[in-house]
Design a protein around this ligand. Sequence first.
Ligand SMILES: Nc1ncnc2c1ncn2[C@@H]1O[C@H](COP(=O)(O)OP(=O)(O)OP(=O)(O)O)[C@@H](O)[C@H]1O
Length: 250
Amino acid sequence: MTELLRLEGVSKTFGGLRAVQAVSLALPAGRLSALIGPNGAGKTTLFALMSGFLRPDAGRVHFDGTDITGQPPQANARRGMARTFQIVQPFAAQTVRENIAVGAHLHTARRAEALARAEAVARRVGLGSLLDRPAGDLTVAGRKRLELARALATRPRLLLLDEVLAGLNPQEVADMLPVVRGIADEGVTVLMIEHVMQAVMNLAAHVWVLAQGQLIAEGPPARVTRDPAVIEAYLGHGTARRLAQAGTPP
Ligand SMILES: Nc1ncnc2c1ncn2[C@@H]1O[C@H](COP(=O)(O)OP(=O)(O)OP(=O)(O)O)[C@@H](O)[C@H]1O
């Protein structure tokens, strides 16, 4: 298994809060993996540490064999790392095409080339018919696709998706799953933070579970979601034992 991203003992403290504590993991290249955990577990902070938006207090980050610890996000983007944000903030007055072209400009200064690239990416994520609409007109589901498209336009090798399914209804989630799977099938390594477990079970080959800043489990999703430590982290202390006593297999 080739790894694309490796964390070694990465930690981050905010004031007295240990948001991420000595996290080590190796992300396999060419696969779709997920990072799950209860609210406030440190998932978004870990993404920021991976992509250079935050600098770790301790530990190292390696991308494709290069130590990138402390490198700024722009440098990491040029290396092939892209991330989406939980709160989508497009340039509302600009068209969908122009918003996506911002990402394409990472690799070209030529406007026509960036716009052409934007159009191709828009079709890939199902925004082809909305290219000339202002981004401010998009629904929540449309904005999520736009966020994905802006990241894809940078031609990433590693795509970090921060809750791209949050706020979508079940039909919209079902419509988005093949889009995300298609990106991975084209060879992009994907790591997704996701609370929608149906999506994690459906898409991810490997899952890491973060709770209170620490990795508490990893493995195939079906096994991880049965892990008593994971059930405890989500549902509270003693839950796994109570479920077992009630005869409900966790
Ligand atoms: N810039 C910051 N300054 C201070 N505290 C922060 C900062 N960013 C995050 N935190 C805190 O660090 C902890 C981890 O936050 P983080 O957003 O990484 O969790 P998360 O797992 O992504 O949560 P959620 O699933 O709710 O998005 C939380 O207690 C949060 O309040």
